[in-house]
Design a protein around this ligand. Structure first.
Ligand SMILES: [Zn+2]
Ligand SMILES: [Zn+2]
Length: 124
C-alpha cells in the first residue's frame, strides 16, 4: 500500500492526485496512474472533494474543468501543449480506474462527492 498525502482545509478533503492521463483516455491510449505536478512550480497536485485541484506549495486552486493535462505519452502522440477538456467524463474515468479510492484511502464517498462536483462544473 502506498501512503498518499491527504489533508483537510476549509472542510474540503484533499488527496494527492494519482490518476491516469485523461487526455490519453479520451484519445484511446492505455494510461497507467501517476502523480501529477503543477506545471508552474513542479510541486504535487491535490484534488479536493469540492471539485478543485490544489497546489499545496503555491496555494493555487481552480475548478478541475479549467485545468489542462499533458503526459509523456501525449507528447509522443503529437501534443506540444497541455490539453484542456470540455467534458470531465475522462477525469471521472481516470479517478474511477486509478486506484485513488482504495490505494489512497480516499473512499467511495469521497469519490462520489468529487463526481458530483464534476457533474456540476460540466453543467454550468
Ligand atoms: Zn504550484
Ligand atoms: Zn496523456
Amino acid at each position: 500500500m502506498s501512503t498518499v498525502n491527504s489533508f483537510v482545509k476549509d472542510n474540503v478533503e484533499y488527496y494527492q492526485l494519482y490518476i491516469a492521463c485523461p487526455i490519453c483516455l479520451r484519445e484511446g491510449r492505455p494510461s497507467v496512474p501517476a502523480y501529477w505536478h503543477h506545471s508552474l512550480d513542479g510541486y504535487d497536485m491535490y484534488i479536493g472533494d469540492n471539485g478543485y485541484y490544489y497546489c499545496k506549495e503555491c496555494g493555487y486552486t481552480a475548478p478541475i474543468i479549467e485545468w489542462a493535462y499533458i503526459c509523456a505519452d501525449c507528447k509522443k502522440n503529437g501534443h506540444e501543449k497541455a490539453v484542456k477538456l470540455d467534458d470531465l467524463k475522462h477525469v471521472g474515468e481516470a479517478l474511477a480506474i486509478s486506484g485513488m479510492v482504495n490505494s489512497t484511502g480516499a473512499g467511495l464517498k469521497w469519490l462520489a462527492r468529487v463526481t458530483n462536483a464534476l457533474i456540476q462544473q460540466c453543467e454550468e
